[in-house]
Ligand binder design. Structure first.
Ligand code: GLU
Length: 366
């Protein structure tokens, strides 16, 4: 195995819908291609958004898609635990390093005081930044106040994203952000940096919405003396109207719904990968192995790709045709109509051979 390590880090806040599964697919394809390691980590520090059972739902979905992980829940690994709420000690140790260096402080302010600071900035026609109101003598941190990062010398950062190209942001993007909340749990901003470092992640892949925060992460990497991994942001999948990011509200279904409707996991992978990526040829139908072989970051397009369910349907038909008859027989097991009753295997296979080319989904079988 190579040293390359990528990860998918979902939060257990519900099912994975088709718009966000690409953040698992692309780092997985890359890890498999490069003979690297793919890690799954559960980011459950936002207790207010926690949904019971969501972790299992996410793991089952990945299982069905064939996105397998080398380390993480259910399989273990040498860099565990892989669930953030079980990693509290790590976050507190790294926070202590920052406190010792004078780079973190207890936030003593009430909500009212912060609101007054905001008013002050507004009156001065300045963007509100916490660092403009740092307490001169913060109290010792006793774990009940939020712990804030003290951004030492706000400056311009430039970084290279293999998909988005060279990106840059100035000091205005840097502020004192919360590391540990008053409930003792870390924020995403802090936890993922600690975890990615401890888990030796070499490539971090996530959605475009994280770009504005990357300067903050770079300043924290610097404060912790951690060499940042390669940071990759993926463009959004857009709703069919092309105007906004595809979300659950636009009917972005869970991957499981497609499974129940008779879609094949390989068609789903092909569809998700080729939304916003191509291999530079006219090829549209890719097997799982071809995707692994041909995937490259420099062919991921920067603009959002439009979600087109008709294309998924077409691809599904193509992938059904590629199946060996025995394989197809296994997969349609739950889709026969009741009238197929006690028909023999041989007879059912004869039928399948006749209709295979016409099935768009397995549910078309009846
Ligand atoms: N837990 C974050 C989310 O679900 C993951 C972001 C990341 O991959 O770092 O959006």
């Amino acid at each position: 195995m190579s040293d390359l390590r990528t990860r998918f880090a979902p939060s257990p806040t519900g099912y994975i819908h088709v718009g966000n599964v690409r953040a698992a697919l692309f780092p997985w394809l890359f890890a498999r291609q490069q003979n690297g390691t793919f890690i799954l980590r559960i980011e459950d520090t936002d207790q207010a958004r926690f949904v019971e059972g969501a972790t299992d739902l996410i793991l089952d979905t990945l299982d069905w898609l064939g996105i397998d992980w080398n380390e993480g829940p259910r399989v273990g690994g040498a860099y565990g635990p892989y669930v953030q709420t079980e990693r509290k000690d790590s976050y507190h140790q790294w926070a202590q390093k920052l406190i010792d260096k004078g780079l973190a402080y207890a936030d003593p302010y009430t909500q009212e005081e912060v609101a007054a600071f905001r008013e002050q900035s507004k009156a001065a026609k300045k963007a509100f930044l916490y660092r403009d109101y740092r307490p001169e003598n913060p109290p010792a941190w006793d774990g009940t106040q939020p712990l804030r990062f003290k951004v030492k010398s706000p400056k311009r950062y430039t970084w290279n994203d293999p998909v988005m190209g060279e990106l840059t942001a100035g000091p205005e993007a840097l502020d004192d952000f919360i590391l540990i909340k008053s409930d003792g749990l870390p924020t995403y901003n802090f936890a993922h940096i600690v975890d990615d470092a401890e888990m030796a992640i070499t490539h971090v892949v996530r959605g475009l919405e994280y770009i504005p925060s990357i300067p903050k992460y770079l300043s924290l990497y610097e404060a912790l003396d951690i060499e940042p991994p390669v940071l990759i942001c993926l463009p959004h999948i857009m709703a069919p109207d092309g105007k906004k990011k595809l979300g659950k509200r636009d009917g972005a279904k869970s991957v499981n719904e497609y499974r129940e409707e008779g879609y094949l996991p390989e068609a789903m992978l092909n569809f998700l990968a080729s939304m916003g990526w191509n291999d530079g040829t006219e090829q549209e139908v890719f097997t799982r192995d071809e995707l692994i072989e041909k995937f490259s970051w420099d062919r991921v397009q920067r603009s959002g790709a439009r979600f087109d369910e008709q294309r998924l349907l077409w691809l599904n038909g193509q992938h059904i045709r590629l199946l060996e008859l025995d394989d197809l027989y296994e997969r349609v097991a739950s889709f026969w109509p009741a009238s197929a009753g006690q028909a023999s295997e041989a007879y059912k296979k004869q039928i399948l051979a006749l209709v295979q080319d016409r099935l768009k989904t397995l549910r078309d079988l009846p």
